[in-house]
Structures are given as C-alpha cells and as structure tokens.
Design a binder for this molecule. Structure first.
Ligand code: FDA
Length: 303
C-alpha cells in the first residue's frame, strides 16, 4: 500500500522536478554510486577488495527514441569493456526498456542480444532486470532465446509478488538456467500481484526452493534476514554446493549483512547503479521503506 502511494506520487511532475533538482545530494547518493562510469568502477573495486562481486546498472529506463536506445547500448558496451580491461569481478544488469523495446521491439531485442554475445566473448554475463508486468512475457521470452544462443551468459529475474512467477519458473525449468529471485519493486494490481506482504514472503521462500531444487544457479536477492535464513536452512538441508547460488543486495542497503555472508564463505554480489538518470530507481528505494522517505523529507526541509 505504502509502495503504491509513493510510486503514484512519484509520477507527478512537480514532485519529480523537485526530487530531480535536490535528490542526488539529499538522498539518492546513498543508493547510487555516482553519476559517472569512473564512480561505478571505484565502488566496484572497493567491493571486490572485500571479496564481494558486483553487477552494474547504468541507470535509465523507458527510453523515448531510437537515438536514446542506441546511446544506452553504447554505454553498456563501454561498461563491459571497462570491467574487462580493469579485471573487475563484475557483470552488468540491464533493462529491456532502456535498450529500446518500447521504441522498436526488434531493435531492443537485437541490442540486448549483442550485449549478451559480447558477454559470452569476454567470459562474462548479462542479467536482464525485470521491470513491471507489461514486460514479463517479452523479457522471459528474450531470456529463453538468448540462453539457447549463449548458455550461461545471461540470466533472468523472477518477482515473488507476481502470482505467475512459480509457473514461469516451472516453464523455464526444462534445463538448469540462471535466475535472480526478488520480491518485486513496481506498482502492480492485486489480480497480478499479492497485495499482502506475508504472501509475497511465502512465495519468495517457495521460489528460492523451487529454483535451487530445479538446479538453476540462483541469486538470492534480498535484504530480508528471514528470507536469507530460510534459504540457508534449505541449502544446508539439501547439501546445495556453494557454487550453485549467491546472495545479492543493493548498493547502500544492509552491506553489513552481505559482508557477514562473505565472511562465512558464501558467494556475494552487490548491485551497483550509476548514472545521471537515477530518479525512477531512487523513488523505488524510497517506496520500499517509510524511513527512507522520512529521511529524505527531513533533508529537503533542512536544506
Ligand atoms: P523487504 O522489502 O521486506 O525488506 C527487508 C528489510 O530490508 C527491511 O526491513 C529493511 O531493513 C531492508 N530494506 C529493504 N529495502 C530497503 C530500502 N530501500 N532501504 C533501506 N532498507 C531496506 N526488483 C524488481 O522488481 N526487478 C529487479 O530486477 C530487481 N533487481 C534487484 C536486484 C537486487 C540485487 C536486489 C537486492 C533487489 C532487486 N529488486 C528488483 C528489488 C526487490 O524487488 C525489492 O524491492 C527490494 O529488494 C526490497 O525487498 P527485500 O527483499 O529487501 O525485502
């Protein structure tokens, strides 16, 4: 409910202009590594030095024209080349809407395929983030196609708040693939998404078990200690090898928890967003937690 209200308000022009003007210094900086690729590389190196891998998100979504979509793809090629040249333990996460599927579906898919092909050539990996439910089918279909071309070099995301996710996972379990399991961050109607947090949590636990049991490499992406505890109990009870899963968290949230998992010998990865187009990402982080909004409102008031 809180999330729905905040995400709806965030669409308001006055609100968005105010946040875009003051938000980076007043709060977004906590969740975003910086506005440039150099900032992102610096943050990645620091995490790698602690034994934590990274996945980098060049911020941006819902591009409006071909030129913007092509520019986004170029930025990702530059990112992949830089991560490789600097020998960083990092891959990339991207959104199909940023690659241009709303402008021209074929262009968006082709640009993404080229990035996955490049990842395969470099021995790296592309995670296709999951956006709102308008994109679920196109994203999962693209993932299936890319996997058949470049197995092991691309991964998808399943959202526990979506009622359909268990069936989607089942349909993609004909061979072991690679999934990140998240709770889900968008504004969805109750016929598509569980409105009650307890149901989302139950589905999250079930999806992690389903993914591990099917032999998929599973990224357990959550800051929720109860979800992590449940996953660890399942992993130990079923002797799942440590190289079949990893824990992931977002930059700026509960990094202490991620460090602890690293110390215990688990694979860990931090999701590092960077770039100037941080508004939508930042509002989703505000919507996840009332305390974040309060902190931001106070900073704005005291400005
Ligand atoms: P939950 O929201 O229940 O939070 C559990 C606890 O974590 C909170 O009590 C609080 O302590 C802490 N916490 C959570 N969010 C916080 C915040 N914003 N600020 C401060 N503390 C916070 N979603 C999506 O729809 N598509 C995607 O592709 C991705 N990708 C993705 C990658 C990675 C690596 C992560 C960790 C998450 C995503 N998400 C995502 C976001 C995800 O759907 C979800 O919105 C957030 O992870 C918050 O949910 P939690 O699982 O942390 O649980």
């Amino acid at each position: 409910m809180f999330r729905q209200v905040i995400l709806s308000v965030a669409d308001n022009r006055l609100v968005s202009e105010t946040i875009k003007r003051y938000g980076f210094q007043m709060g977004a900086r906590r969740f975003v590594a910086g506005e440039t690729l150099d900032d992102a590389v610096r943050a990645t190196r620091a995490m790698n030095q602690e034994g934590i891998a990274a996945t980098l998100d060049h911020l941006g979504e819902s591009v409006r024209d071909r030129a913007e979509a092509e520019q986004a793809a170029r930025a990702y090629h530059e990112l992949q080349a830089r991560l490789h040249a600097e020998k960083l333990d990092a891959n990339v996460s991207l959104k199909l809407s940023m690659m241009g599927i709303d402008v021209d579906r074929a262009l968006g898919i082709e640009q993404t395929r080229e990035l996955v092909a490049e990842a395969a050539r470099l021995g790296s990996f592309v995670r296709i983030d999951m956006e709102d439910s308008r994109y679920t089918d196109v994203t999962l279909n693209a993932f299936r196609d890319f996997w058949s071309l470049y197995p092991g070099h691309v991964g998808a995301v399943l959202q526990a708040y979506l009622r359909r996710s268990s069936s989607d996972l089942e349909a993609l379990s004909d061979e072991p693939r690679n999934f990140r399991i998240v709770k889900g961050a968008y504004n969805e109607p109750p016929n598509l998404a569980f409105p009650a947090k307890a149901d989302v949590d139950d589905h999250y636990r079930a999806l992690v078990e389903q993914s591990l049991a099917a032999g998929h490499y599973t990224a357990i992406a959550t800051h929720d200690e109860r979800m992590i505890g449940h996953a660890l109990r399942y992993i130990r009870a079923h002797n799942i090898p440590k190289d079949r899963f990893e824990f992931q968290m977002l930059y700026g949230i509960n990094l202490g928890g991620l460090r602890e998992l690293t110390r215990e010998g688990y694979r860990t990865r931090v999701y590092i967003p960077y770039g100037t187009d941080w508004y939508a990402y930042f509002t989703r982080r505000l919507a996840e937690r009332p305390a974040n909004l309060l902190f931001f409102a106070r900073a704005l008031w005291n400005r």
